[in-house]
Design a protein around this ligand. Structure first.
Ligand SMILES: [Zn+2]
Length: 339
């Protein structure tokens, strides 16, 4: 199907088995992937690639060498999770060739965003611009990934709950960094409503549930790409995650750690706490600190320094600036969490 509205996805194919035989229509193609996703898709493409690039490192220098040494091709196909898709996006941008993306898990939104995430000295950098044609959402393929990871894909949609609230807070305080748009906030909240209406489908990872997540990401893009920022889905819940990541120096599953941020920040905001918490529970999103190996003292320390942290990092104005936290308040925010 062709895509209406502003998104970077040129065309999309939904359906179980939609990956079958795709290799026949791509001319000479290079695959960017990892061992596991490649092992489950290799036999389905119906044609052989001229080269297979395995994700080894996303350091830009390394990726540049990989791209430069690849044989000439018409198309690059990204098969896998975020990094494989990012490698393909980067390749397509550098070479100016056609991009096809086949996510095998939908835990992150890399497959609908235009820029590729690469690293320079271990810091993430977003570069280039690319549009998949088509993006292929093969439900059966995606269901081969661990279900916790796919459910976590809803995390960046749920963050609309706290992020839009933060934008309203910033607007009221006269501190919004961007022209405030009530329309964008309403449109984003409608996406969140769709997630809530389809919660049991998402939990079950039915075709409809997976499609809800993918379309949710694309609808977020139709708001954020024209606006030039992601304020409707990135706010205080993400900022807490940035601090925890820097503090604990370990990787997290994005949607899960964002879920923890939503739990805490919806309480700080006094923002429909029961509703969003039961929605996360209904989806089966794992947001408990115990699931992610986050000790309570780290969590407390993180919240104690969060306000200066967001200022130092130049992060957007949010509820964090409005409510200075003492220890008793932090205890209150963490009630119900398991460490
Ligand atoms: Zn996010």
């Amino acid at each position: 199907m062709q895509i209406a509205g502003q998104t970077n996805v040129t065309s999309i194919r939904f359906g179980s088995g939609s990956v079958n035989g795709i290799g026949k229509d791509l001319g000479r193609f290079v695959v960017a992937t990892m061992e596991l996703p490649w092992s489950i898709t290799e036999g389905k493409l119906g044609a052989d690639p001229v080269a297979v690039l395995m994700v080894e490192s996303m350091e830009q220098e390394f990726v540049d060498q990989q791209v430069a040494s690849a044989p000439p091709c018409d198309t690059v196909v990204g098969i896998g999770g975020g990094q494989a898709i990012d490698l393909a996006k980067y390749f397509a941008w550098k070479k100016g060739c056609r991009l096809v993306t086949i996510p095998t898990v939908i835990s992150v939104d890399a497959f609908v965003t235009p820029a590729a995430a690469v690293r320079q000295n271990h810091r993430v950098l977003y570069v280039g611009e690319s549009s998949p044609d088509p993006l292929i959402i093969d439900y059966d393929l995606i269901r081969t990934a661990p279900s916790d990871l796919n459910v976590a894909g809803a995390g960046d949609l749920l963050s609309i709950h706290t992020a839009t609230f933060d934008w309203e807070v910033a607007h009221r305080a006269g501190k919004s960094e961007y022209p405030y748009s009530q329309d964008d906030i309403q449109t984003a909240r409608a996406i969140l409503e769709t997630v809530a209406e389809n919660a049991s489908e998402i939990r079950a990872l039915s075709d409809r549930g997976l499609r809800t997540i993918v379309e949710g990401y694309m609808r977020v893009n139709t708001i954020c790409l024209p606006a030039g920022h992601y304020r409707v889905e990135e706010g205080s819940e993400h900022f807490l995650f940035y601090e925890l990541e820097e503090r604990l120096k370990k990787p997290f599953i994005h949607g899960q750690i964002v879920g923890l941020g939503i739990y805490v920040m919806s309480r700080l905001q006094k923002n429909r706490v029961e509703w969003i918490t039961s929605l996360m529970d209904e989806l089966g999103l794992r947001y408990q600190p115990v699931d992610m190996g986050i000790p309570k003292d780290a969590m407390v320390a993180s919240l104690q320094v969060l306000e200066p942290f967001t200022r130092k990092r130049g992060l957007w104005y949010s509820q964090i600036q409005e409510t200075p936290l003492d220890l008793a308040q932090i205890e209150g925010l963490l009630r119900g969490l398991r460490f």
